[in-house]
Design a protein around this ligand. Structure first.
Ligand code: GMT
Length: 376
């Protein structure tokens, strides 16, 4: 099939899922066109089946805010027409679903029929999308999509609770390429580069937005390192990074915490990891936790949103109430203090990701594309 993928090109989970999906579809023989304002960060190859079309914004003195949706819709029309695309798969409702609806309408005027599949990822529903500023347009564009998917059952429930939705919503979980992680584990993981043999390694990967509670990550680690010789790897960047660095200094644990910045090869960092910390305020799925589990890492997280669908309490890690840093630290210590327990959790985590394998999820998206294009 010929598929357009619209996403944020950044390190956020929706952009990562969209990019990995596009690359896997191209690998399977589909023609894929990414339409966004920058080359997606995880897009690591091009081929005759994989293309990138940049949405360029024009400066104009009258604009306080540049009208990105207009430029995006125009680019979608251009690319659909030129490459005869059958489906536009938009990731993250704001503003992609709205822009796709406009593109579809403009194309209809030219006698061209393109189907729009919208995947809701999380904050586009739970934090930003349901805000009165955006709610009307988000609800409208979800209802006007040909197919709507969410990345967890929890997000589906949130969408139905927060909006007046007339469409059927399909749940398609985030996915993982387990082989990539297995390879990194076998070939490139030299733990000694980061920690002494007796030290355990804890990690956190995110875009350091307030919802990720990076201060709680530091507080949990501070309690853990008092009982277990350990290091914390903080991967990513964003608005809370400075606060997190300051808290580390305040607690006097600079020699135990490494801020590594953004990485588009997280599997090469996660392979060192024993326990992953994700104390988020809300998390529609928790792709970062799934990536950690693929690297045989136990997960300590909150029980919010879709996290209980990914992290199984007492098996792949532990779930705690939001903000309960004492409980999360206690759980991390329980796992880390006994080598046999740690090994059991790591093994369970690696096993559990099979549910979310790329091989299982990719055909589900292909089926969705096919089913909406045959109704033309
Ligand atoms: O906040 C983020 O982590 C980024 C955000 C995004 O949409 O870019 O991530 C959301 O989508 C991911 C991929 O579907 C999910 O795994 C994350 O749980 C979700 N984040 C939140 O709900 C906070």
């Amino acid at each position: 099939m010929r598929i357009g993928i619209v996403c944020y090109p950044t390190f956020g989970g929706s952009g990562v899922v969209a990019t990995e999906l596009g690359m896997a579809l191209a690998d399977k023989g589909h023609e894929v066109h990414f339409i966004t304002y920058n080359q997606p960060v995880r897009l690591d190859f091009f081929s005759h089946r994989l293309h990138f079309h940049e949405v360029v914004l024009e400066e104009y003195p009258l604009f306080q805010y540049q009208p990105y949706e207009l430029a995006l819709s125009s680019k979608m029309v251009e690319v659909v027409e030129k490459y005869n695309l059958e489906v536009l798969h938009v990731h993250y409702a704001i503003p992609h679903a709205y822009a796709a609806y406009m593109a579809k309408k403009m194309l209809e005027d030219k006698g061209i029929n393109v189907k729009v599949v919208t995947t809701l990822h999380g904050t586009d529903i739970t934090l930003v999308g349901s805000h009165p500023t955006y709610k009307t347009a988000v609800e409208f564009s979800i209802n006007k999509s040909d197919e709507v998917t969410t990345v967890s059952n929890s997000l589906k429930e949130d969408t139905l609770r927060l909006f007046n939705i007339e469409k059927d919503i399909k749940v398609v979980y985030n996915f993982i390429d387990g082989e990539k992680y297995a390879k990194a584990h076998q070939t490139e993981c030299k733990r000694i580069a980061l920690a002494n043999p007796e030290e355990k390694i804890l990690t956190h990967v995110s875009n350091f937005r307030p919802v990720k509670r990076t201060d709680d990550v530091i507080k949990i680690f501070n309690r853990v390192q008092k009982e277990i010789p350990s290091k914390l790897l903080m991967v990513g960047d964003g608005p809370e990074r400075l606060n997190a660095e300051n808290l580390v200094k305040e607690l006097g644990i600079e020699d135990r915490v490494l801020f590594l910045g953004n990485s588009n090869e997280v599997e090469k960092i996660l392979c060192y990891s024993d326990v992953f910390l994700l104390p988020s305020e809300t998390e529609s799925f928790g792709l970062a936790a799934l990536e950690a589990m693929a690297a045989s890492t136990a997960v300590i997280s909150t029980n919010r949103g879709g996290l209980p669908e990914v992290n199984i309490h007492g098996k792949t890690g532990y779930l705690s109430e939001f903000g309960d840093v004492d409980d999360m630290a206690k759980n991390a210590i329980t796992i880390l203090k006994d080598e046999a327990v740690l090994e059991r959790f790591k093994k369970n985590a690696k096993e559990h990701i099979k549910l979310f394998s790329l091989q299982n999820i990719l055909p589900v998206y292909e089926e969705i594309y096919k089913s909406c294009s045959v109704t033309v």
